[in-house]
Write a new protein. Sequence first.
Length: 713
Amino acid sequence: MISGTVVSTRILHPAALIAILLLFFMTALGDSANSPPHFVNCPDTYIAAECTLQVAYDFDAEDDDSGSVVHYSLGPGTGGSIDAQTGYWEWGHGGATGLHDLSIIATDELGASAACHFEVFVNSTAPYFIGCGGDSSAVTSVIGETVRGSLLASDPDNCPEPLSYSLISFGGPGLFEVDSATGEWSWRTHSTDDFLGDFDVTVGVTDGFNSETCTFTITVLPTFDIWIGTDLMHPQGQYTIVPIYVSNESDYLAGFDFLITYDGKILNFIDAEIGEGLGSDGCGWEYFTYRYVSQSECDGWCPVHMLRFVAMAEADLQPPYPLCYGGDSLELVNMRFLVSGSADFHCKYTPVSFYWNDCGDNGVSSVSGDTLWISSSVYVFDATATPTYIEVTGAKGYGGHSGIPDVDCLAGSIHGGRPVEGIIYRGGGLKTECVADVVLYGDLNLNRVPNEISDLVLYLNYFIFGLPVFVINPEIQIATSDVNQDGRVLTSGDVVYMVRIIVGDITAPLKPDQGGGEMYIECRPRDEIVAICVRSDVDVGALFLEFDVGSNDASPVLLADQMEMKWNLDKGKLRVMIYSMSTARIPAGERELLLIERAKTPTIMQVSASDYYGNTIQTELGAYAREESLRLIANRPNPFNPTTEICFYTPASAEWSVEIFNIIGQKVDELRGTCGTGLNFVLWDAGSHPSGVYLYRVVVGEQSASGKMVLMK
């Protein structure tokens, strides 16, 4: 009998066997921990991506324990997708420009993980302006017009957002508007002096990430009047000079081409000369010619008698060069005619007019030659019972460029830009003498056109230079000076009234004299400066003063805002005329009106003052109590760029300070010093400060005064 033990055998599952083996090896290794995987190519700098393209990267991690990685995954906040087995990551960022912090996670079989932290910078190609810079960016216009233009920018990648335009800075007055979607801009100018000059504009464009700017300059010029002279009392059978002249500032013209028509039955053209101010004794313009124009040169009907006058400042581009390019109230051409002696033309008016046959007629060239000035409006002279000018703009032949049939002189591509409509043309003419001619009040130059601009110029010249300015017929000219018909000739009240007639504020004749109030005037010495102080119980429209200053070194400084001043110093006699060509006036009350620099105490020789209505103000040399307190005078200029002078009076020597604040109350500058008694000047240079409104406070001892100023760059 055989005996033994039966052994039960159990076969282990393979997974269990692997676990036992792992346990064995872990025990054999001293229970060492599982090591996490690690990345072998984690970016050590940011990954650059384009705004319109997705970004991709192939991540690679190793596991020292097992030699393989179970899977890859996206870290918190990381967008896109990743292949869990290969680590290949892609992200369509949707144009989210800028720097992004992201991470990728690698995890092994036992759950141990490691993170790769990296950055992605999504960039956008910056937009740029097309055609910005150089002369092509300069814009020229005339005062009173709405200046318009457009800027065009391009965005190579059109990402991340549509282009948007905006105004960055503007150095001019008024409202400058920019269309954010199209880049079109506009600026409405007004007919005031603060709109004249060069103004820098900076417009920006952005794609939501990058931006660019374009800076250009707008030049606003005044319109200027070109006239043909008038003579309404000329003897028959005699020669006459009919001028073509510009009546206001015109130092930016370097050539002209005028086409003139006249009645050859009454006027026999003899010859012509360039204006004295432009000829060899003046600016030295190099070319001038004239010729008859035949009807065959016209497209259709045109007048029988026509003349063309052409002049250029520079003709050969060789030295000597012209000394100037115009000036104030300047004669351009002097035409000489012989007036018919026929009785058929007794007491008859004949016009001399500008005429337009094509776009080049009656054009004026700029100094650089890149701008052609043409008509903005045209007037002809009406010599009926009440002589006046009648607008004919747009009339065929006589109405400027807009009256040329079927032609647009502003259309098409013209080198240097489109023409500038900036000239007001005024035709003139001649009237033969009538037996019953009488004196016209306000007709100081005796041309039978009372109260026009040349009469005012002559009247102002009288106050500055005296009676020698009346050279035609002094007795009659003096008689016509009683513009307000108050029985007193050659007064400041007559000047005020003439100004108001010219600007259209009133019409002649004047209402009865209502009395103009009283004014006291005093001279106050301030070291080498004398302050002329006034106290009036009514608003002052004009003031004439004549001083004996004892030398030819003195000069006046006007302190009245919005008023104008003309003056002349000859043989120690200083003549000053203060007036306004608008509705401005010197307010009633006490004020320093005038400073006379480099002068001892002057003697007042003559005074004439009037109110805004032309009534005479009674004047008296009064005395004031000496100032006992600080007095601030408005800084000048204001607005300014970049320096202005802050002026103040002090009753005694003291230390002073000037504190300057921006509009939100932050102090941006402070000046200090010691002043003497009288008038003090402090210069502030704002070159390092931005445009805007600034407040300033002057402190002298325990007294202070404040003012406001505007920096316009």
